[in-house]
Design a protein around this ligand. Structure first.
Ligand SMILES: [Zn+2]
Length: 264
């Protein structure tokens, strides 16, 4: 086991209908034609994975000005209500790190609630790891009317030192990257060699329900349903083999239960 410390950065809350995370969690029925929708907080988090070889930042969260430049129609549905109180540098400082302490960044994917802090690394030589399929799909989406509206070019179309991940690989000793297509084509997760091991599922499973009950996210949050199901099997297999703790993408209950000693 490598000597690895993992620090959780709580980056605030997006408020949105629960149906986006858990497909038809609320639906009209014959006996209840007008059910109440559940408008719930979604947690946004990043990690500092501090290994002997490198200090890794996992994702960069939303831009503090999310309410300003996210597409209006999208912000109306996914409101990151406290993004302006969660500057990345300030949240890192809360965990005892500065931007300059970060040796490399892994972008699990490039959606706007994950890539909004990349501007802090603009013009630096800090490697930014991203999967090949993700970088392609992000540009395709942001620069055309195709793809997904959750990619905003202001987040990532910058002077950054991209390191493109073509296949699953070890990032540094104790951190294995996993390709988990489904939510997006190039979603990355990871297995981190802590005690117990930490399995970063990220947005493959927004909430624990997606993972444990194998309930899909809503269609607007699924790039590929079949790929998503295969990635879920893969994660469940890794979880079993390593007896790992699984970290979900936006599960507020999980994030709020994490304490100092986690995941050890
Ligand atoms: Zn997300």
């Amino acid at each position: 086991m490598a000597d690895i410390d993992v620090h959780l950065l709580d980056r605030g809350r997006i408020h949105a209908d629960e149906n986006f995370a858990v497909d038809t969690s609320v639906a009209a029925t014959a006996s209840n034609r007008n059910p109440d929708f559940e408008y719930v907080p979604y947690a946004v988090w990043n990690l500092v994975i501090d290994t002997p070889e490198a200090t890794v930042l996992w994702d960069t969260g939303s831009h503090p000005n999310a309410a300003g430049y996210w597409p209006d129609a999208l912000y109306e549905v996914f409101a990151h209500v406290d993004a302006d109180e969660h500057d990345l540098a300030a949240d890192l400082e809360g965990a005892g790190y500065g931007i300059e302490d970060i040796d490399c960044v892994v972008q699990s994917h490039l959606h706007l609630d994950h890539a909004g802090g990349l501007y802090q690394f603009e013009g630096t030589d800090t490697p930014i790891y991203v999967h090949e399929e993700e970088l392609k799909f992000a540009y395709y989406s942001a620069k055309s009317r195709e793809g997904s509206i959750a990619y905003v070019s202001e987040d990532f179309d910058r002077d950054l030192n991209w390191h493109v991940v073509h296949r699953e690989r070890q990032l540094v000793e104790g951190v294995e990257l996993l390709h988990l297509p489904g939510h997006t084509p190039g979603l990355l997760g990871a297995l981190v060699d802590t005690e117990p091991p930490l399995l970063i599922a990220g947005d493959e499973a927004f909430f624990e329900t997606n993972y444990r009950e194998e309930q899909e996210m809503g269609a607007s949050l699924l790039w590929g349903s079949r790929a998503w199901a295969e990635s879920l099997r893969k994660l469940q297999d890794v979880e079993r083999r390593h007896d790992a703790t699984v970290l979900f993408g936006h599960d507020r209950n999980q994030i709020e239960a994490i304490d100092e000693d986690w995941p050890t």
